[in-house]
Design a protein around this ligand. Structure first.
Ligand code: NAD
Length: 473
């Protein structure tokens, strides 16, 4: 997607990398190696749709194999192109390093608009794409592990798994060839919500920084903050729901394909999603006003903009009109590098994609580990913990002479289920990564923004991997 000054998404990613690289003293050769995409598989394959054959254009890009397997989602969109997939694969390498997920970065893309195909046709395309990946060793538990992205979800991941298993009979770790699967097919509880939940944890942490919030003229805490969300798909819907229900945030605006709606007093996101399911649109949701121009979501009066659709949505043509103090990049690459220069000048804080939407790959990592261990998280310790805590509650009741009610007992005397452990691991990852980035931002004087700080945090880890391998000592 191009903007006025023809800055592509990939150019924006490379420009951020170059800015960060210039602030490190890493060897030039190492930086050059880290910057480039290692393997690019561009494919064309025929699929019979109705009575004719369509030639489908698709990609898988492995940006870095400094850690294996490589990992990254698969996007179905008519806007998919090689450069876009390269940009997304590059981001994945830094995202994984940043949140200590031991994978290299990759991404896949199929240039189709899913709306134009029936589920049967989508299944055919997905299976054929997977076959191409198998033929070239671009998929496998130790090679390259796809996941959902824009336009794909658990259904597509189930088709990928089944196709892989058909060809790789007897591969005991076959389940780990793809993540984001349905629970019944080796998926993990909490994966579908993971990216949105991670966005919530990251945003909540930023909003707890008293000094920064006072510089922005905002009170600390997410409660009562006014959010505008673009894109009510997987990431946007969970970010909205969790921010509203667990954080007390107010969603004042929502932008979707069909238009943008606003209500300064708040839009109940759960009811809105039900309304959209029933009517097929967010428009005319009771209590809201429709904007004349869908694209004007960027200039709505709010505290935080949450772009959760596609890249390059905030560009130099609309950046000046932004009233929000914070941009929470739930989508990948929603702010172009030109727009970022303008926004930083305006004092807007940007929480970068590489950090903020890393919840998806974090929980995908948990799913991959679950598949390799062939056991659900919590199975071994749940009852043991529950019994131990229960004895402890009995002891406290006995020694204090107090009666501990059923409600309190159930709260304390319980062992963790898979979903509890997944959420706990995700929360820990998002919080500890936030402070790693913040530490770099605070300690290195020349770094003024979270994106460069996040790139440098990740770069240092990747560089240390190369050094440990004995390459570029
Ligand atoms: P999705 O397909 O589930 O949802 C995207 C939504 O955005 C759709 O509802 C679509 O109608 C809407 N949309 C598209 N263009 C729009 C526009 N111009 N204006 C308003 N709405 C528009 O996709 P997703 O999985 O939620 O991914 C969204 C973004 O998050 C992408 O950038 C993706 O790379 C990124 N991301 C996704 C995950 C994940 O786990 N799914 C993980 C990390 C990052």
């Amino acid at each position: 997607m191009k903007e006025n000054a023809h800055v592509t998404f990939y150019e924006s990613v490379l420009s951020s990398f170059d800015k960060a690289a210039a602030l490190t003293d890493l060897p030039k050769g190492m930086l050059a190696q880290i910057r480039e995409c290692n393997s690019i598989y561009q494919m064309r394959f025929p699929v019979k749709i109705g009575n004719t054959y369509e030639v489908i254009e698709a990609y898988r890009v492995q940006h870095s194999q400094h850690r294996n397997p490589t990992k990254g989602g698969i996007r179905f969109s008519h806007l998919v192109g090689q450069e876009e997939v390269m940009a997304l694969a590059t981001l994945m390498t830094f995202k994984c390093a940043l949140v200590d997920v031991p994978f290299g970065g990759a991404k896949g893309g199929v240039k189709i608009s899913p709306r134009n195909y029936t589920p049967d046709q989508l299944e055919k395309i997905t299976r054929r794409y997977t076959t191409e990946l198998i033929r070239k060793n671009f998929i496998g538990p130790g090679l390259d592990v796809p996941a959902p992205d824009y336009g794909t979800g658990p259904r597509e991941m189930a088709w990928i798994l089944d196709t892989y298993n058909t060809f790789k009979v007897g591969d005991i770790d076959g389940l780990a060839c793809v993540t984001g699967k349905p629970i019944t097919q080796g998926g993990i509880r909490g994966r579908t919500e993971a990216t949105g939940r991670g966005v919530y944890y990251g945003l909540r942490e930023l909003l707890l920084q008293k000094d920064e919030m006072s510089e922005l003229g905002l009170s600390p805490g997410i409660s009562g903050k006014r959010l505008v969300i673009q894109g009510l798909g997987n990431v946007g819907s969970y970010t909205g729901t969790i921010s509203q229900e667990e954080g007390g945030a107010i969603i004042v605006g929502v932008s979707e394909m069909e238009g943008t709606i606003y209500n300064k007093d708040g839009i109940d996101i759960v009811k809105l999603m039900r309304f959209r399911r029933d009517t097929g649109s967010i428009m005319n949701f009771p209590g809201t006003t429709a904007l004349a121009n869908r694209e004007d979501w960027v200039s709505l009066d709010c505290d935080i903009l949450v772009p959760a659709a596609l890249e390059s949505q905030i560009h130099q043509g609309n950046a000046h009109s932004i009233k929000a103090k914070i941009i929470a990049e739930a989508a990948n690459g929603p702010v172009t590098s030109k727009a970022e220069e303008i926004l930083l000048e305006m004092g807007v804080v940007i929480l970068p994609d590489m950090y903020l939407n890393a919840g998806g790959v974090t929980v995908s990592y948990f799913e991959w580990l679950k598949n390799l261990s062939h056991m659900r998280f919590g199975r071994m310790e749940k009852r043991f913990n529950q019994n131990t805590y229960s004895s402890l509650v009995d002891l406290v009741a006995k020694t204090t002479g107090k009666v501990i009610g059923e409600k309190e007992r159930n709260l304390i005397a319980r062992g963790a289920d898979e979903i509890d452990l997944v959420r706990s691991g995700l929360e820990e990852t998002m919080i500890s990564s936030f402070y790693q980035i913040k530490d770099v931002k605070t300690k290195r004087k020349k770094i003024k923004d979270y994106r460069v700080a996040a790139f440098i945090t990740a770069l240092d880890k990747i560089a240390s991997d190369y050094t440990n391998m004995g390459i570029f000592p």
